[in-house]
Write a protein that binds this ligand. Structure first.
Ligand code: NAD
Ligand code: 0WE
Length: 266
């Protein structure tokens, strides 16, 4: 039997086929899950429906996570299709572009801070709140996507690092809070991948090659590799894992120095 056979999974955060959430949907579909996808707005609807239908998805729901009403309606809609829900995948992150280019102390604004934390961190709690009813009695699983910038600094990640730190703390608090009903809450901290959210980020190509050379596995990771780890964490194979941040980054985070072969000497 497939590890997600018969499980109903809601995935939030597909924009296009390059999205980490698309790699997760693909892996989960191969592993037997029934999947519903949300899309942020009408502009993304066509893309999301097209790639969803290719992997057998039948349910598509609009959901901008800045709106409590749209989040409530998402679960109303879902409960008309499914009698219960086993998992929610949150793969959403956003900060205003100006926050992600320049000196942290200069470019960080009150409004940018609020938006980054609302969309990238609070929205996970908002989804958990509404998912709770439909997950009752089913030992559900909640999963979000984080990044190493929550723990260590890197150029330009700026306020997103703070929002991811908040998101990872909320994984721990939600794990305790929802553990009482038998649910598990985890995060995957993924290595850098060229997605829509990464496009236009200054020096992203250089960051990718820096990561590839410094990683124990000597290359960057794929959205499918994140998807396979997500399938595992969502399955009953991971019934003993909650409140955890699992690195899917080829081991980058455990190194203090990578290959010094190509490094200049003086
Ligand atoms: P992506 O652009 O494909 O996905 C980001 C998604 O967030 C999009 O689908 C977008 O529609 C959605 N989104 C943004 N604001 C929203 C809102 N108000 N309401 C609803 N949806 C909204 O990029 P991605 O890289 O796949 O990002 C997915 C997650 O993975 C994010 O949390 C990101 O921080 C995280 N992550 C990305 C990388 C990377 O290098 N790409 C690495 C580690 C973690
Ligand atoms: O979490 C992310 C993506 C974060 C992100 C990216 C954008 C660009 C477009 C959030 N909001 C926006 N808003 C936009 O308008 N990653 C882990 C990928 C990423 O983004 C970076 C990185 C890495 C890695 C931004 C700066 C530096 C490194």
């Amino acid at each position: 039997m497939k590890i997600l056979e018969g499980k109903n999974v809601l995935i939030v955060g597909v924009a296009n086929k390059h999205s980490i959430a698309a790699g997760i949907a693909e892996s989960m579909s191969d592993n037997g899950a029934n999947i519903a996808l949300t899309y942020q707005n009408e502009r993304l609807k066509g893309n999301v429906e097209k790639l969803g239908k290719e992997i057998g998805v039948e349910t598509f729901i609009p959901c901008d996570v800045s709106s409590d009403i749209e989040i409530k309606d998402t679960f109303k809609n879902l409960s008309s299709q499914w009698e219960g829900l086993d998992a929610v995948i949150h793969a959403v992150g956003f900060a205003p572009r100006e926050e992600l280019d320049g000196e942290f102390v200069d470019v960080t604004s009150r409004e940018g801070f609020q938006i980054a934390h609302d969309i990238s961190s609070y929205s996970f709690i908002a989804l958990a709140k509404e998912a709770k009813n439909m997950m009752e009695g089913r030992n559900g699983s909640l999963l979000t996507l984080s990044y190493l910038g929550s723990q260590m600094t890197l150029p330009n990640y700026n306020v997103m690092g703070l929002a991811k730190a908040s998101l990872e703390a909320s994984v721990r608090y939600l794990a305790v809070s929802m553990g009482k009903q038998g649910h598990r809450v985890n995060a995957i901290s993924a290595g850098p991948i060229k997605t829509l959210a990464a496009s236009g980020v200054k020096n992203f190509r250089k960051m990718l090659s820096y990561n590839a050379t410094r990683s124990p596995i000597g290359r960057n990771i794929t959205t499918r590799e994140v998807g396979d780890a997500a399938s595992f964490l969502t399955s009953d194979m991971a019934s003993g894992i909650s409140g955890e941040v699992l690195y899917v980054d080829g081991g980058f985070n455990i190194t203090a120095m990578g290959s010094i072969e190509e490094t200049e000497t003086n």
